[in-house]
Design a protein around this ligand. Structure first.
Ligand SMILES: [Zn+2]
Length: 435
């Protein structure tokens, strides 16, 4: 083996010195193109793997998978490793500023793609290992005592009898948007979110979206970005939809959330710079932490502080036929409830690590996220399907918020907040570089 290695090493030395080989030195654009092809091919085996692709047609697989095709993980792992080796051979000192950010992000995205391929091939990771490899992030851990103390706060303010979750369900039933009003409430919320975002970003002239109502999904809303500044936004009506979800989803899926994030990446990086890797969005990758985090923080950007409740009282509550006099109290309770959000990560961590059963995870979600039993079970389906992806919503939001606010985008500087937020949405970032 040693002799063979020495021989190979010598051969590589000779080959690498020849002028013909020099011309084939790794090139980031070529690596990016091969990365796109790899992602699209793997995506043929898993419908969730590619969230969006709007790059050149000729990078797509030329043939459909034959019936019953078996996923050969090792073949794709080999290709991912080869691309990583080529990236490692690039002279890093020749990259600076945005180009360096591009190189770093491509390495992180590729690591995530490699990790997901290995998982599709049967590899198992703990929740925290998976989160690190796929999302470039280390999710914090909170004790049950921490959530119990938050629950005790809600226990004091919620009326009625029964446990906190039952009392919350009963209280919140006054804030359900009637089915026949859903479309008007959502269209109104989206129009307002779009108006506020456009005033700041001057959105592409042709940007647009289609809104559909769907059923039987593990999520509450989804944006399928189509390219050329177009989105398909789907909202799941399996469960009653509460009034706060109108602004939440309008901002998260639309403006300035996923729709705008994708449109800005396309405009600035794909069209503006020709960085083809951004035309494909592998879902289980660091880009998702920025996507979900910015989509959630985008709510606070478009409707900062008290302006949100003011707008809802004046416009959305009357359309939905809900008494605006109840709005302030409702949003105080929502703020308390939001602090419990990380309890969802604990359920996912314990469940995916095999420490608790699905039923125990659902009970935990009922108790700490105040879900009704059937919604808690729906949430376990989401955890099955998306696994450690759950961290992207809350940890992602916190990391994005810290980044924007550390760069001057505090609540009392709304203009600066939009400015930093736009920079974040328009450039390559991953969790560990949000500093
Ligand atoms: Zn989202």
């Amino acid at each position: 083996m040693r002799i063979l290695s020495a021989f190979l090493f010598l051969s590589i030395m000779i080959i690498s010195c020849s002028p013909a080989e020099k011309a084939k030195a790794p090139d980031i654009n070529q690596i990016a193109t091969d990365y796109v092809k790899l992602v699209l091919e793997v995506g043929q085996y898993d419908g969730d793997f590619v969230d969006a692709y709007y790059g050149p047609e000729n990078l797509k697989p030329t043939t459909d998978l034959p019936e019953g095709a078996i996923f050969e993980a090792n073949d794709y792992l080999f290709r991912a490793d080869d691309l990583r080796n080529q990236l490692d051979q690039l002279d890093e000192t020749s990259f600076s500023g945005l180009k360096k950010a591009r190189l770093n992000m491509l390495k992180k995205q590729l690591l995530a793609v490699r990790t997901k391929i290995s998982m599709m091939g049967g590899e198992k990771y703990s929740f925290d290992e998976e989160a690190k490899l796929l999302y470039d992030a280390a999710p914090p851990t909170y004790s049950q005592d921490y959530f119990d103390s938050l629950l005790a706060g809600l226990d004091k303010v919620l009326p009625g009898s029964g446990n906190v979750s039952e009392r919350y369900t009963s209280y919140a039933s006054d804030f359900i948007i009637p089915k026949e009003k859903l479309d008007e409430v959502f269209q109104t919320a989206i129009t307002e979110a779009r108006k506020r975002t456009d005033a700041q970003f001057q959105l592409p002239a042709n940007e647009n979206f289609v809104l559909e109502y769907v059923n039987d999904k593990s999520w509450s809303g989804y944006n399928y970005y189509q390219g050329k500044s177009q989105s398909l936004i789907q909202l799941n009506t399996d469960f009653p939809i509460f009034i706060e979800r109108a602004i939440d989803l309008a901002c998260h899926e639309g403006y300035p959330g996923h729709h705008v994030f994708n449109a800005l990446l396309e405009q600035n990086l794909v069209d503006g710079k020709g960085w083809v890797e951004f035309s494909v969005y592998p879902l289980f990758s660091p880009q998702s932490l920025i996507a979900e985090g910015s989509a959630n923080y985008g709510i606070d950007v478009a409707f900062p502080g008290a302006t949100r409740v003011a707008y809802e009282k004046e416009v959305l509550f009357p359309i939905a036929g809900i008494d605006p006099a109840k709005a302030d109290r409702y949003y105080e309770i929502q703020a308390m409830r939001a602090k419990l959000n990380y309890a969802g990560n604990e359920a996912a961590r314990k469940y995916l690590n095999g420490e608790i059963t699905r039923e125990e995870a659902a009970s935990w979600l009922e108790k700490y996220l105040l879900y009704e039993p059937d919604r808690a079970l729906q949430r376990t389906r989401f955890i099955d399907q998306y696994r450690s992806y759950v961290i992207n919503y809350n940890l992602g939001k916190d990391l994005v918020a810290n980044y924007v606010e550390a760069h001057g985008g505090t609540a009392d500087q709304p203009q600066k907040r939009w400015e930093v937020f736009k920079e974040l949405l328009s450039n390559p970032h991953t969790a560990s570089t949000l500093k």
